[in-house]
Design a protein around this ligand. Structure first.
Ligand code: ZN
Length: 130
């Protein structure tokens, strides 16, 4: 297993971690297999989405914000239930196939860490299977 940390700077943001994952894959020298990317946090997430137009990442946050979770009254005393819910909606992991030593991402795909309760230091774990 490999890992790295990401220092987020805003309460909510989506950060490109593709280069970190590519480094892990090349360091592993794996030719074929699956790359499992996981963040062990309850108010962050991992997703794969467009890497061409940065507006897409803004729109994802805007779309989630449109749920207006902040307007609901929650039981969780920490006061960050909207971040917990967004983390569960997006999910805390992703798989990418490795073929001939390279991640099989689409041309317009990148791998992202989603922060929903920052700024914080977030850990990302990467396991190459196979
Ligand atoms: Zn909480």
């Amino acid at each position: 297993m490999d890992s790295f940390t990401v220092n987020t700077r805003m309460q909510e943001e989506i950060i490109d971690i593709t280069h970190h994952i590519r480094t892990v894959v090349s360091r592993s020298a794996a030719s074929e297999g699956v790359c499992f990317i996981y963040t062990p946090h309850t108010t962050a997430a991992v997703t794969i989405n467009e890497n061409a137009d940065p507006a897409v990442l803004k729109d994802i946050l805007k779309g989630l914000g449109h749920l207006k979770l902040e307007n609901l009254q929650f039981s969780h005393r920490e006061g960050n239930s909207p971040a917990h819910i967004k983390s569960s909606l997006i999910g805390c992991s992703a798989f990418v196939i490795i073929n001939n030593g390279s991640l099989q991402l689409g041309t317009w795909q990148g791998i992202y860490l989603c922060e929903f309760d920052g700024p914080r230091t977030r850990k990302v774990l990467v396991k190459i299977i196979g």
